[in-house]
Design a protein around this ligand. Structure first.
Ligand SMILES: [Zn+2]
Ligand SMILES: [Zn+2]
Length: 106
């Protein structure tokens, strides 16, 4: 019996740590993993929330959207195009496209 409790404690702590490292609630996932150690496997395979937050913000509805999104998936607002300087020919081109001047991948 004691051994089961220790196993659940370890699963709970591990679940909390994994959740925290992925930007999810460590308390929620810690408790869930404590009572259902199977949740540890679920949180382990869940995508990190941080990946979404490292995108950009919609200019209209302020929600987090993927960095290379042209249209906001929530409100359909067209996003301002990011222009960068081509390191090869020094012309200003759209990010994530090949340079229209020299064909260099950006
Ligand atoms: Zn939007
Ligand atoms: Zn170029």
């Amino acid at each position: 019996m004691t051994r089961v409790v220790i196993f659940n404690l370890i699963a709970g702590v591990a679940g909390g740590l994994v959740a925290k490292s992925k930007g999810r609630s460590p308390v929620f996932w810690g408790l869930l993993s404590f009572f259902f150690p199977f949740a540890l496997i679920i949180v382990f395979f869940l995508p990190a929330v941080l990946a979404v937050q490292s995108g950009k913000q919609c200019a209209n509805c302020r929600r987090a959207i993927p960095k290379d999104a042209v249209l906001c998936p929530y409100c359909g607002n067209q996003q301002p195009i990011e222009m960068i300087e081509c390191p090869n020919c020094r012309s200003f081109v759209q990010r994530n496209r090949n340079c229209p001047n020299c064909g260099r991948a950006l």
